[in-house]
Design a binder for this molecule. Sequence first.
Ligand code: DGL
Length: 287
Amino acid sequence: MNSHLPIGIFDSGVGGLTVYRALHEHLPNEHFVYLGDTARVPYGTKSLATVERYAVENARFLAAHGIKLLVVACNTASALALPAIRSELNIDVVGVIGPGARAAVKTQRAGRARTQAIGVVATESTVQSGAYTAAIKKADANATVVERACPLFVPLAEEGWTDNDVVRMIAETYLQDVRASIDTLVLGCTHYPILREVIQQTVGDSVQLIDSGEATAVEVKSLLKEKDLARLTMPTGALERQLCDDLDHFYVTDAAERFSRVAERFLGSKPSRLEAVEIWGEDRLRA
Ligand code: DGL
């Protein structure tokens, strides 16, 4: 495995760019291939079988591009489809649930004496799966967890409604009955870091927010080091330059123009190289 190969990232759409941004910040030498499954978003309301199928198709597409590691940026796909993806690929696959859960337990332990619960906000399917509760309890068997589905946060983030009365009212409605019982809150959906400020204002400053994407970037950095896969130098030889041309590549399965527009809101600039692709046609023909 060559350390100059890119890291693959997929999400159900544009939200995974918050995870891409964190990875990019923590790993400035690495380069990335991102797939947003914009034709089939949202995953957060879909069943296990459907999310598994989509996730495996996305993973196969990225694996075919020659990646050294796959990051499943989508919380819903991480909650429902990691075993299915891992059984398909012979590279390391990192989801966002485990890192988010471990960071929450670590933060809670480092803070006040634990008398309160860890809150998790996520999509309906992630909450229904119980994946965050299981991962938090794996890291700390005595932890108490409260999960809340906040589906309306996704369109609000995409629309750029991050600071107005509508988003404040929706955040209040979702979080008013949990805030008194939590001291830590995991942002368990790709879009929620975009609404970080309003969520913090709603739950109050005493609650520590955990960004799962950020926690994932920290763990990916250690994993690459441990596996001797970190790209420490810029490419020098012809082969290395071929493996890595340094411009991150973005693929979407539909509506590239909209992705580009929303991406600008999430990243601060439009994605460099963006291409629309169809990733499931071959499988359909074979079926
Ligand atoms: N990317 C999804 C997640 O993090 C949110 C959007 C969707 O429902 O597909 O769970």
